[in-house]
Write a protein that binds this ligand. Sequence first.
Ligand code: PAF
Length: 284
Amino acid sequence: MKQIGTSSALKNQLEMIRGKSTGLVPTMGALHAGHILLVEKSVGDNDITIVSIFVNPTQFNDKRDLEKYPRTLNSDLEILSEMLGKDDMVFTPAADDIYNNEKIPGIDLGHLDKIMEGEHRPGHFMGVVRIVNILFELCLPQRAYFGRKDFQQLAVIKSLVKQSGIKTNIIECPIVREANGLAMSSRNSRLLPEMREKAGIIYRTLEKYREQALTVDITALKNNIITEINAQKGFKVEYFEIVDDIELKPLVSVTDINNESHYTGCIAVYAGEVRLIDNIKFSF
Ligand code: PAF
């Protein structure tokens, strides 16, 4: 694989592989099994895979979160060198190279940016849109790979692609979980071992109440999930919502269920100081 540090070097490399299919896996590094699945999928689908590793400052609404974000470039490169072929690329740019006279996409995220992550992390999704748009313009990939763990991010990126007429196919990949059910995330490495083990409660609780979804009123179901997770010492739910997969409109009552729609329960939880998100599909 080739490690490429600047966008001009990346453009040169891309010139040399013109005509080949390319898959992009955008990451912020600190790679785990969830990322590995995205890379494997891209390698299987495309002639060339480009993995970007860039801790994107514009998507952090909290400076301390940006500072504490795990950075493990050497081990990330080691992992990727085992998976990628000689013509595949790892793009590791600096911030002033990426944010250099960029044209910010004039799109309206509307409601997608107003609830859940959008409400609790103001500016976060516009930062994601900026970096993803820059990477798409640079790499012009046929396909780009994102994990369903960042469910709302996926909806935002699909909206960016639709509104901007970008030709890239967005490939959605399943959540990978630790043995106790905790969704894989780069942030998990910041959890103390005891909290990391206890954090399995998040997924277990979502699963338990998903099974009761048709028999319990939605408000009661939400309260039960929040109360049960909050009862675990050190855990505090920030939000739990059941939303449709496209517009992310919250479901208020079972009588509002539309048989054409798919629904996902989305949660954000503080485990000590570490903010975790997860989600689960609901079938009504
Ligand atoms: O999901 C992530 O890791 C980031 O939000 C992304 C898509 C790489 C943009 O920085």
